[in-house]
Write a protein that binds this ligand. Structure first.
Ligand code: PLP
Length: 223
């Protein structure tokens, strides 16, 4: 736990004054590890499984912001709708409509990011550029009063080629700027760009990220 304390302190000082938020990616970690991070002032946790997030929400203080960063199935939205602070992994209108419905039932507006596929790998989720613009232009989007689309999320290729990773982040930032200036709507408030993980956050910071999602560099390698 001493290393956790040290790791958190290092990220805090790195991010100090930048306005960049640290999402502590706590997936697979026991509640005790989140408690220890909470003691060090961490208030934003990222999880990728609905049941795991709900169980941790129950067990931990209520001033924590819970961010869903993993692929989300429509039939599971209802489990996290009462408390989730932000969903980073929105990749369809259908999912957005379900989030809207469940947010309304809970008297809430849920912040969402649209996940864009920027990596080379086939396996990573997310919208293509064409799908992203089709979603933003869909008139049904404007009817969703219980979601607020705050920006974009992306995962770069897992590669030691820094130029390649930077280009992918640059591309996401470029899309973010373009959408922010071209699209308007009551439920659109483009202000957040979620990019950068343990192995590439330093590149994401150079390319203008506003939220870095860090797991292993805080908590240690996962099994
Ligand atoms: C696991 C995960 C992270 C954190 O990964 P680390 O390499 O451990 O920092 C970030 N984003 C997403 C979407 C993840 O699933």
């Amino acid at each position: 736990m001493d290393s956790l304390k040290k790791n958190i302190a290092q990220f805090k000082s790195l991010l100090h004054g930048t306005g960049i938020k640290l999402i502590a990616v706590s997936k697979t970690q026991p509640v005790s590890a989140l408690q220890a991070a909470y003691q060090e002032g961490v208030r934003i946790f990222g999880e990728n499984k609905v049941q795991e997030m709900a169980a941790k929400y129950e067990a931990l203080p209520k001033d924590i912001e819970w961010h869903m960063i993993g692929h989300l199935q429509t039939n599971k939205v209802k489990v996290i709708a009462p408390f989730v602070a932000m969903i980073h992994s929105v990749d369809s209108l259908k999912l957005l409509q379900e989030i809207n419905k469940r947010a309304e039932q809970n008297g809430r507006v849920i912040s969402c990011l649209l996940q864009v596929h920027i990596a080379e790998e086939e396996t990573k989720f997310g919208l293509s550029e064409a799908e992203l613009f089709a979603l933003l232009r869909d008139p049904q989007l404007l009817q969703l009063q219980h979601v607020c689309i705050k920006g974009l999320m992306g995962m770069a290729t897992n590669s030691p080629n820094e130029d390649k990773v930077r280009r992918e982040f640059w591309k996401l930032k470029d899309l973010f700027n373009q959408i922010g200036s071209e699209f308007e709507g009551d439920n659109l408030d483009f202000s957040e760009l979620s990019m950068g993980m343990s192995n590439d956050f330093h590149l994401a910071m150079k390319e203008g990220t506003t939220m870095i999602r860090i797991g292993s560099l805080l908590f240690g390698e996962r099994d």
